[in-house]
Design a protein around this ligand. Structure first.
Ligand code: SF4
Ligand code: SF4
Length: 178
């Protein structure tokens, strides 16, 4: 299927793990920005970024919430960094049924980084005073039809998992945040 091409800004947050000191300001500001109403509370469990910490070895790895996965994947990854073996899926970005990461604590709905839509700069980047998070932007041509298909597939899997009513409730709550 060929469709119209349109320009899209691709945003990338470059993560320098060596500069991260584990302060978790990114988690706090993300959860505050996404609270309803905005900035009314902060709870890192609601953040779209998680810092995996190993304080004794001074290792901190920020991980961003990515796409929702309706089923657990069959293949897993296990990392060993500086002699410490991390849990399977520790650095995975997906909100998936196998674990509680990147899920809204009350509703269980998946969380995904939206790059702080509407803001000039992602807030986690702005408040990372160690410069461990740096925003880069570039322009790319994308297929409009493919974008629409992606959206429909995403909405369908969400409705399958949580039920349409729960999705509509969450949308209603989100629209009141502005
Ligand atoms: S704000 Fe920056 S330094 Fe602090 S935990 Fe997040 S990424 Fe690391
Ligand atoms: S870019 Fe915004 S939504 Fe994404 S993790 Fe950072 S603060 Fe949260």
């Amino acid at each position: 299927m060929t469709g119209e091409k349109k320009k899209k800004i691709i945003k990338t947050i470059k993560i320098d793990v060596d500069k991260c000191n584990g302060c978790r300001a990114c988690e706090l500001v993300c959860s505050a920005f996404h609270a309803a109403p905005k900035y009314s509370s902060n709870n890192p469990a609601r953040a779209r970024i998680r810092v995996i910490s190993e304080p004794l070895k001074d290792i901190y790895v920020p991980v961003y919430a990515g796409d929702y996965a309706p089923a657990e994947c069959a293949g897993r990854d296990k990392y060993t960094i500086d002699g410490k073996e991390y849990d399977e899926c520790a650095f995975c970005r997906a909100s998936c049924p196998s674990r509680n990461e990147f899920k809204e604590p009350d509703s269980g709905l998946p969380l995904k980084c939206d790059m702080c839509e509407g803001e000039d700069e992602p807030l986690c980047v702005k408040w990372c005073l160690s410069d461990a998070l740096v925003l880069e932007e570039r322009e790319e041509e994308v297929d409009e039809e493919e974008e629409q298909e992606e959206l429909e597939v995403g909405l369908e899997s969400l409705a399958d998992k949580h039920g349409l009513e729960k999705i509509m409730d969450a949308l209603a709550r989100m629209s009141k945040k502005e």
